[in-house]
Design a protein around this ligand. Structure first.
Ligand SMILES: Nc1ncnc2c1ncn2[C@@H]1O[C@H](COP(=O)(O)OP(=O)(O)O)[C@@H](O)[C@H]1O
Ligand SMILES: [Mg+2]
Length: 218
């Protein structure tokens, strides 16, 4: 269990094709080049066991929605215990592609799993852990198709309809009204957004670690 407030937990959220992986990886590389102790990970996945659970979730199109939700939590519990908590305890910066907001937006708002149940499960496995910053990438649902066609690999959610994504998008927006969020318009240029994200994260890092030195966007 994670008790002490050490490290920095940064989460990327948004619908499929919104640019989470792109921006997560770019951010990771830039922080690394600046000699910061950073780790990149993703959900569902992040550890050997969690990656196996990921395969079950993503390869079974017809899985019962409740079963699926339990699997997401099994996956997250393992991920937290084996990777996220140990990294945070070492005072590292953890960049995580998707976390609780995705469960609330997809399983909750999208597929109708009770929000209270989701939060109870989250509380059980991640009591004290909240992201220090969530980067929400907002992409209008009308652009999803083109983005996903251009992407190399696809998963089972990629071909759900526009209406579904509208619901999920709205759920993400509602969640971003409370707490520590950076909302990014992902319909504009990638490089502009990379800079916006980098600057914000550096600010958070400076405050948390009390660092004064300059960081390079390289
Ligand atoms: N601002 C942007 N403008 C145009 N294309 C983008 C932008 N951000 C990301 N992309 C591209 O959109 C596709 C989906 O991005 P990806 O990072 O895989 O999304 P996600 O991980 O959120 O599903 C990729 O081909 C990516 O390079
Ligand atoms: Mg991705």
């Amino acid at each position: 269990m994670y008790n002490k407030k050490t490290g920095l937990f940064i989460v990327l959220e948004g619908i499929d094709g919104s640019g989470k992986t792109h921006h997560g990886k770019k951010l990771y590389l830039r922080l690394k080049k600046n000699n910061l102790p950073v780790e990149y990970t993703r959900e569902p996945g992040g550890t050997k066991t969690s990656e196996s659970i990921r395969k079950i979730i993503l390869n079974n199109k017809r899985i019962n929605r409740r079963t699926e939700t339990f699997l997401y939590f099994a996956c997250r519990s393992e991920h937290l215990e084996k990777k996220i908590y140990p990294c945070l305890k070492k005072n590292k910066i953890v960049i995580c592609d998707r976390f609780l907001d995705s469960t609330l937006a997809y399983q909750g708002a999208g597929f109708g799993i009770d929000k209270k149940t989701i939060l109870t499960m989250q509380n059980l496995i991640a009591k004290r852990l909240k992201p220090d910053l969530t980067i929400l990438l907002k992409l209008n649902s009308k652009y999803i198709k083109t983005r996903l066609i251009n992407r190399r690999s696809n998963n089972k959610y990629d071909f759900l309809n526009k209406k579904f994504y509208k619901i999920v998008n709205n759920a993400f927006s509602t969640l971003s009204r409370k707490g520590r969020y950076l909302v990014v318009n992902s319909s504009i240029s990638r490089t502009v957004n990379e800079r916006i994200i980098f600057d914000k994260v550096i600010n958070v890092i400076k405050k948390r670690y009390g660092i004064r030195r300059k960081f390079k966007f390289q």
